[in-house]
Design a protein around this ligand. Sequence first.
Ligand SMILES: Nc1nc2c(c(=O)[nH]1)N[C@H]1C(S)=C(S)[C@@H](COP(=O)(O)O)O[C@H]1N2
Ligand SMILES: [Mo]
Length: 331
Amino acid sequence: MQIKIARLSDPKPSEITPESTYWNRRQWLSGLGYTGAMLALTGSAASAQAQSPSPWEQLLQQKLASTAPDPDPIDETLTPYEDVIRYNNFYEFGTGKGDPVANSKRFKVEPWSVRIDGAVQKPFTLQLEDLIKPHALQERIYRFRCVEAWSMVVPWVGFPLAELISRCEPTASAKYLRFETLVDPQRFPAQGFGRSTIPWPYVEGLRMDEAQHPLSLMVVGVYGKVLPAQNGAPLRLMVPWKYGFKSIKSIVRISFLEQQPPTTWERLASQEYGFYANVNPEVDHPRWSQKRERRLPNSLFDPNWIPTRKFNGYENEVAHLYAGMNLRKLY
Ligand SMILES: Nc1nc2c(c(=O)[nH]1)N[C@H]1C(S)=C(S)[C@@H](COP(=O)(O)O)O[C@H]1N2
Ligand SMILES: [Mo]
């Protein structure tokens, strides 16, 4: 029997974000002063949660308040916060772009831990607070390009994945990383929908040198605030030169492997989604062009199409990782 599964798709007009005011970075920065603005934002996030913040939240708020601003920000207009948190792909909450924000209202991060295993000196489990304790948080303003041909510019907050990797003490045989999202139908309602969507857990992977690249970020915040559930709380990956589906959310397990791991979208439709998934305008998706993208915010009247850049504009930083590789075959 053929099971009809959800697919990533060319977005329907009904999913296109309504036009909203641009939140210019310079206006944002000059408004209250950078730290002031961040404190104001984190304050309102905390009060929206009613109860007193958990130890994890307190630690995270503290760390967020001393986030180092992006030292070399790209000169592009930020996608407004409202769009970043309302237009999401997170199939654990449903397949519609509005499902994650609607279905994550009661999401609780705790309890949470991240299992580290595979080719490491000694497998171990990181509790939530230990995840960020040794790391100084940094802001990184990244272009973010979904394989569905829409894109954003987002000020993430996190720390280099390379820092976490060195804490894991991988052995010489570790050549790949495999990441896994939490499976818990209590917290992720769409995981209780049976076989109607994608198989769980959501799995992604990177080659070791990609994971250690300084652009690869473990994200715990956005716009100076605690990362909302719909964006992958408490911990998600951000690899800005790859299509968005590589940037796995709500991670509970990181395994170091000798072999390339099978990953979710590659397993579902390997002719459409590859393991590498580097943003590449020269290799079209079988069902749509990858030469252009809708930069959010946009509207039906102003779709705001812009040309897609190789490696999402990070070619100078990452092209050396793929020297000699045929990126048409290894898409
Ligand atoms: N666990 C999990 N991670 C995921 C997804 C998902 O459905 N489940 N969707 C991916 C896709 S296709 C995209 S484009 C981004 C969206 O991230 P955002 O909602 O923060 O913009 O998350 C990625 N990570
Ligand atoms: Mo995506």
